[in-house]
Design a protein around this ligand. Structure first.
Ligand SMILES: [Zn+2]
Ligand SMILES: [Zn+2]
Length: 131
């Protein structure tokens, strides 16, 4: 693994499971930690690490992406994402996982990841809309 990949992975390990960071946030944090790295490199590294299964990618409604550590105990969880402010909450649901498993098995696929992304409006954005 290249030093850059190690640094990005180390950053995610420091902040721990369940934190979702966009490429720009990762870049900012690396710069603050005196790491000299370009945003393009951060993008490339994030894509590589999620391809290797070390990070989990979360697609946001506005076409953005966030990444988080893909720990074994933290892989199969789902996301509730506010479409206005991007607030992200996690939840687990065994039925969703079971549905994914059954669908995969039905077509003879081997399940790699089963994630449900729910788009919603958080309470404060709902309040702002009705105000
Ligand atoms: Zn998550
Ligand atoms: Zn919101």
């Amino acid at each position: 693994m290249t030093p850059q990949r190690q640094r990005v992975l180390a950053l995610f390990e420091r902040i721990g499971e369940g934190s979702h960071l966009g490429a720009e946030e990762v870049h900012q944090r690396l710069l603050r930690a005196q790491e000299r790295v370009s945003l393009a490199t951060v993008y490339r590294t994030l894509r590589l690490l999620s391809g290797m299964g070390l990070l989990q990618e979360l697609e946001l409604p506005e076409g953005g992406r966030r990444f988080e550590l893909a720990g074994d105990a933290h892989r199969d969880h789902h996301h509730l994402v506010c479409v206005r402010c991007g607030r992200t909450e996690e939840f687990e649901n065994a039925e969703v996982l079971e549905a994914g498993n059954q669908a995969a098995a039905g077509f003879g696929f081997r399940l790699v990841e089963c994630v449900l992304n729910v788009r919603a409006l958080c309470p404060s954005c709902t309040a702002a809309e009705t105000a």
